[in-house]
Design a binder for this molecule. Structure first.
Ligand code: DSN
Length: 412
């Protein structure tokens, strides 16, 4: 159908299928959903308006939509031990915005991690709209690379924030939620965790779970959790009303129910025992990459990794983050350039690259493949200006990825 009516779109999709199949996807926030998730995402649930919540909609004909949204909510509650879940946020940024709207008054102070130390844009970076509405104060990591809990404590006492925010996009270590909660309780602050990057690892019991401890937890559903592109908010019962109101009607209209159906499918997958093995392997694979890069004397930020990602300063090797990203791209390996703590270079050509293992682990790759990948990455970066050398690596990458089929037979 699609290729007959709209060959330009079909062709672009087919080229993207080939890119995903032939390359090594190492952006730590990306993953490959199952065919069952894709099917739900492409389903007729996209046709339905359903403003409101299950059992209380502003449109008729929502019976089956209620069934699938309720399944998504119940499965998410089970996965994370949550008292209340809202599965309607369209993605991570809208989920964070809804949480701020629910918990804060304009002008309130929020304590969040500095962007270059691993925080996220939506955690109050000055270029974002929330930074104009609320007063964000930033904490950092220590020179050894761990969250600076002493800095958080001092800043909490000084600024008396209404909310303390943890959860990061480029931080590779574990988080002590109990310790943050203690600091928050001392100064009368609420607690919020953005677990977007590590939600799958938390669901599998491979990382600390903030949900039973914190007031509100936001996440995307498409990273380590391996669901469709979307967001979700989990909270204590006492915030249920405020969170639900902030999402709808506060900020959003009709929920994307095809997406919610796909979330429900992904949550069912994450409840299976195999998902625990997957999460364990994500971490093992990241550890092998850590060892291999350390062996090759790269500068690893935060001293290594406890999760699925690594942040590496490539400048001591004589290249910049943009050059590294471009060279790796040419070699068939997708990563992203990334600022390192207090980076003196610009965000468009920072000092680091960020990469991780969720997507390549979904393909079934293990420790041996990680060693080969680290070698290719090093070779590509050390030969960043040599297109012939990069093309040779790309061919080698293709022979590996051919052994780990992805969406076999998929053609639009
Ligand atoms: N853009 C996501 C990431 O790549 O980490 C975070 O929202």
């Amino acid at each position: 159908m699609l290729n007959q009516f709209d060959p330009e779109i079909a062709d672009a999709l087919n080229r993207e299928v080939k890119r995903q199949q032939e390359g090594l996807e190492m952006i730590p926030s990306e993953n490959f959903v199952s065919e069952a998730v894709l099917e739900a995402l492409g389903s007729i649930a996209t046709n339905k308006y359903s403003e409101g919540y299950p059992g209380k909609r502003y449109y008729g004909g929502c019976h089956e939509i209620d069934v699938l949204e309720t399944l998504a909510i119940d499965r998410a509650k089970e996965l994370f031990g949550a008292e209340h879940v809202n599965v309607q946020p369209l993605s991570g940024a809208p989920a964070n915005l809804a949480a701020y709207v629910a918990l804060l008054e304009p002008g309130d102070t929020v304590l969040g991690m500095d962007l270059s130390h691993g925080g996220h844009l939506t955690h109050g970076h000055p270029v974002t709209h929330p930074a104009q509405v609320w007063n964000f104060v930033r904490y950092k990591t220590t020179p050894e690379g761990f969250i600076d809990y002493t800095d958080i404590e001092a800043k909490a006492r000084e600024h008396k924030p209404k909310l303390i925010l943890v959860g990061y996009s480029a931080y590779s270590r574990e988080i002590d939620y109990e310790r943050i909660k203690k600091i928050a309780d001392e100064v009368g602050a609420l607690t919020m965790a953005d677990m977007a990057h590590i939600a799958g690892l938390i669901a599998a019991g491979e990382m600390n779970n903030p949900v039973p401890i914190f007031d509100v937890v936001t996440t995307t559903t498409h990273k380590t959790l391996r669901g469709p592109r979307g967001g979700m908010i989990l909270c204590k019962k006492k915030f249920k009303k405020a969170i639900d109101r902030a999402v709808f009607p506060g900020l959003q209209g009709g929920p994307h129910e095809n997406n919610i159906a796909a979330k429900a499918v992904a949550f069912k997958e994450a409840l299976q025992p195999e998902f625990k093995d997957y999460a364990k392997q994500i971490k093992k694979n990241a550890k092998v990459l850590e060892e291999e890069f350390r062996k090759r004397e790269y500068r690893l930020l935060f001293g290594g990794t406890d999760n699925h990602l690594l942040l590496v300063d490539v400048t001591p090797k004589g290249i910049g983050g943009q050059q590294a990203e471009t060279a790796l791209d040419k070699a068939g390996i997708t990563v992203n350039k990334n600022a390192i703590p207090d980076d003196e270079r610009s965000y468009v050509d920072p000092s680091g690259i960020r990469f991780g293992t969720p997507a390549i682990t979904t393909r079934g790759m293990k420790e041996d493949e990680m060693r080969r990948i680290a070698d290719w990455m090093d070779r590509a970066m050390m030969n960043w200006g040599d297109d012939e050398a990069l093309e040779k690596i790309r061919e080698e990458v293709k022979t590996l990825t051919a052994q780990f089929p992805l969406y076999p037979g998929l053609i639009y």
